[in-house]
Design a protein around this ligand. Structure first.
Ligand code: XMP
Length: 333
């Protein structure tokens, strides 16, 4: 429609006006539709003065990093730096099982790395035609987030500290005087998707289920270790692939496989094993504030369970989470 048609051009003009012709803009990308559309708009507006950063926190989905490099770097021509920080994140997360502590550690580690990157990028740009200061930080805020932050919420309203990968704390705003640029702040999710299509993004990216900034770490109950991330990641890949093969992906708002804290006894051949427990979750929702569980066929779930137990070493049991939101949240933590 006309409004969407004009949006891209108007927003590009607004970004150019705001940023001017010297400043650099830093932006975190995750492989999700919001950060990709934001990055594509920035690239269209200011070219290589937009610097995208992908922080690999060691808790991303299987092959995710490669996919983001392909889409943003090769396909969209965005100046992208991948910061491999899996060991740093997992090191800081070692022995931490409290959900809020996990989120805080992950959030502040993201910020540490952005600060380092901002300094490195400015240095690197010195003496090039694109020399300038990093003055802006791209944030993929959508309209519902804007409304939420405007409405009054008491202290008890904080159910979880959300860390958007694009989230920027006061420390960075005040310390480095960065300003936020939010090209999606007037859009709802379906409008972001429409813009994504208009910008030529692949349908599979445009329709992708949301993925939280802290990644698999908040889908693993208890300690986050390399081994546990790997198990959750492989199980998740199998679950999502089977959902796609069954043609169910677009009927589900968000699905994933997580990992329980405890282990459970199983029997493989004539061997007793003490294996991990995978938790499958799939929900339908309009606004992610409330959600109902997706009703799979039992035969489908049994097939997923069998496949995961057979293919992911160390898993002895698979359960399906029947909790709607509320009382459950969509993520496990
Ligand atoms: P919950 O678990 O709160 O999730 O019911 C609602 C939606 O928010 C996403 N989510 C997050 N996204 N950083 C993000 O970027 C976070 O820390 C975070 N926690 C939850 C979740 O995936 C779901 O879509």
């Amino acid at each position: 429609n006309w409004k969407m048609g004009d949006f891209v051009e108007l927003e590009i003009a607004r970004i150019r006006e705001l940023v001017g012709d010297r400043a650099l803009v830093l932006g975190a990308v995750s492989g999700g539709v919001d950060s990709t559309v934001g990055a594509a708009l920035m690239r269209a507006a200011i070219g290589d003065r937009f610097k995208a950063i992908l922080i690999d926190n060691g808790c991303m989905r299987l092959n995710e990093c490669e996919q983001v490099k392909d889409t943003l770097g090769k396909h969209l021509g965005i100046d992208l730096t991948v910061v491999e920080a899996g060991d740093l994140f997992l090191g800081r997360l070692a022995g931490v099982s409290d959900p809020e502590k996990k989120r805080k550690i992950i959030g502040s580690t993201f910020i540490d790395l952005f600060e380092q990157e901002a300094i490195r990028i400015e240095k690197e740009a010195e003496n090039t035609p694109n020399s300038g200061k990093v003055e802006w930080f791209l944030q993929g805020t959508l309209y519902p987030d804007v409304i939420e932050s405007l409405s009054f919420r008491g202290p008890s309203a904080t159910i979880k500290t959300h860390h958007n990968v694009g989230g920027l704390p006061e420390r960075m705003m005040n310390g480095q005087g960065l300003r936020l640029i939010e090209p999606l702040r007037l859009l709802f999710k379906d409008e972001v998707r429409a813009i994504g299509r208009q910008l030529g993004l692949h349908e599979s990216l445009v329709n992708r289920h949301p993925f939280p900034g802290p990644g698999i770490a908040i889908r693993i109950l208890g300690d986050v270790t390399k081994e546990r991330v790997e198990i959750a990641r492989q199980a998740d890949h199998i679950f999502i692939s089977m959902i796609k093969e069954a043609g169910l992906y677009d009927q589900i708002s968000q699905a994933f496989a997580g990992l329980d804290t405890n282990r459970s006894v199983g029997v493989f051949g004539d061997q007793r094993v003490w294996g991990y427990i995978i938790i499958l979750r799939a929900v339908r929702t309009k606004d992610f504030m409330s959600a109902e569980i997706f009703n799979f066929d039992n035969a489908f779930l049994q097939n997923v369970s069998r496949t995961i137990c057979n293919q992911v070493e160390g898993v002895a049991r698979v359960v399906y989470d029947l909790t709607s939101k509320p009382p459950g949240t969509i993520e496990l933590e």
